[in-house]
Ligand binder design. Structure first.
Ligand SMILES: Cc1ncc(COP(=O)(O)O)c(C=O)c1O
Ligand SMILES: N[C@@H](CCOP(=O)(O)O)C(=O)O
Length: 461
């Protein structure tokens, strides 16, 4: 399989190259040159498959030329062998139409583990004994801990993880900052998640710095992250009746990675009726898909901090298709967006996206009502991000066909204050997370400055 950049001028790479590169050298994101197809017969054959078997079937065509079957199977077994639920990503039925897909049974209690447990293994596999990699990542709370968990102590890798100071939950911050491994460096940045993400991209776009430090990415700009996330759509979709029946999916969205993985599953032939893009009040994606207005506003802090994002990096991957896979045209559009903070979708592009995407903006009251409903009517405690997805799923049920699956992206105990406000119940952390609040924290504070970040990395990498 070959991987091409959304901006058309970076070298075409194989899976290994795309994984280690993270961001393309022209500033674009890597995508497979074509979509491998899941035929109805192949989907039927997955009806009784384990999660690992589905993962192998979905991933195999994407890694060809870079991993043998035995290597892929072993990486999958290592990634998912230690999840807290035997089904890895279990489905839970809420009522006659609404379902939850629980993605938070990994080590850091968020859906990010599904991809990052796999990506950590890939880095270990692809790095030679003498290679070294400097991972620079940005997190609004969950990617950071999942990435740190996946690479802490791995030889040849140093990780620098940037989070917006004071804008992640205490549990999220402690899951990152109490990891005591010499290759882990946490940085609290004065600014928003968007500032952190922009800093990361700036470093990648400095060719000399990128080469000198062998930069790589754990954010969902890295294609391998999305590849691992396609698997749970296919695995759950088959359990809900594919290929004979299409489901709809409500996805709480920030960086557009999780829902883009659903789009990939759709492009591969999984029957999907609608992908519902559920945002909080930071609603650039809802505005873009509903009104064609992709324009950056000010970030408002909410009780769903992981989705307090304005510039959604993976939206560029969808734009690539909406621009007819014309990398030069998209590069020009993205340059304009970077300068003005605004990009308008044409009516034709909006209509094309609307064939599969719906969008819904959920405010704090709507999210809290969804948490209360899930608890009182279904006996389920859900986290606020999942609450945004569920609120959207219930509000737009009439626009969706088939079962509606909300992706449950985090364990409620990561956000105990909001859950308690909505339900009166304070969820406790599962025992396997350990005594987070007894451990010492280690992190440094930096301004949102490229020079300060580079100096910080130079002194430690
Ligand atoms: C708990 C949770 N839900 C939803 C999201 C949004 O996912 P994405 O950025 O892939 O759209 C995030 C962050 O990515 C998250 O941490
Ligand atoms: N919500 C995310 C933001 C980063 O998203 P990613 O999917 O690009 O890693 C987080 O929890 O950090």
């Amino acid at each position: 399989m070959q991987y091409i950049s959304t901006r058309g001028s970076a070298p075409v790479l194989d899976f290994r190259g795309a994984t280690l590169a993270g961001l393309a050298t022209d500033g674009g994101l890597y995508l497979p040159a074509e979509w491998p197809q899941l035929s109805p017969e192949l989907l039927e054959s997955l009806a009784t498959a384990s999660y690992a078997e589905t993962a192998f079937t979905v991933m195999k065509p994407y890694v060809q030329g870079s991993l043998t079957d035995a290597e892929l199977k072993s990486l999958i077994a290592d990634a998912y062998g230690d999840f807290g639920h035997a089904a890895v990503t279990p489905l839970v039925q809420l009522d006659h139409r609404q379902w939850l897909l629980e993605l938070f049974h990994g080590p850091t209690l968020a859906f990010k583990d599904v991809a990052l447990q796999f990506l950590g293994g890939l880095f270990g596999h692809f790095l030679g004994a003498k290679d070294r990699l400097t991972i620079v990542g940005a997190t609004s709370g969950d990617t950071g801990s999942a990435a740190i968990e996946a690479v802490a102590g791995r030889p040849g890798i140093t990780i620098f993880m940037l989070h917006p100071a004071g804008r992640v939950s205490d549990v999220q911050r402690r899951q990152m900052t109490t990891v005591n491994a010499p290759n882990v460096h946490n940085i609290a940045v004065d600014g928003s998640f968007d500032d952190c993400q922009k800093l990361v991209k700036t470093l990648f776009n400095d060719a000399a710095f990128r080469t000198e430090y062998q930069l790589s990415a754990v954010n969902s700009i890295n294609w391998a992250r999305l590849l691992a996330q396609i698997v749970y759509y296919v695995h759950a979709g088959v359990r809900l009746g594919a290929p004979g029946r299409a489901a709809s999916w409500s996805v709480p969205t920030g960086n557009f990675g999780d829902v883009f993985a659903g789009y990939c599953a759709h492009r591969m032939g999984l029957p999907i009726h609608k992908l519902l893009v559920a945002t909080n009040v930071n609603d650039i994606l809802a505005r873009a898909l509903s009104a064609g207005d992709y324009s950056v506003g000010k970030v408002t802090p909410t009780a769903t901090p992981s989705m307090d994002i304005q510039i959604s990096s993976n939206f560029e991957r969808l734009l690539f298709d909406l621009y007819g896979r014309d990398g030069a045209a998209l590069a020009a559009a993205m340059q304009g967006f970077e300068q003005t903070g605004t990009l308008k979708l044409s009516d034709a592009q909006r209509a094309e996206a609307a064939k599969i995407f719906l969008a819904s903006r959920v405010n704090e009251a709507g999210m809290m009502q969804a948490l209360a409903w899930a608890n009182s009517e279904c006996g389920q405690l859900i986290d606020p991000h999942t609450g945004v997805g569920l609120a959207a799923a219930r509000a737009r049920a009439e626009d969706c066909e088939g079962p509606i699956v909300t992706l449950a992206t985090a364990h409620p105990a990561k956000f105990p204050d909001a859950v308690e406000r909505a339900t009166g119940i304070r969820p406790g952390l599962p025992r396997r997370v350990g005594h987070l609040f007894d451990r010492e924290e280690r992190y440094e504070h930096l301004p949102a400055s490229e020079a300060a970040l580079k100096a910080h990395i130079r002194a430690r990498a």
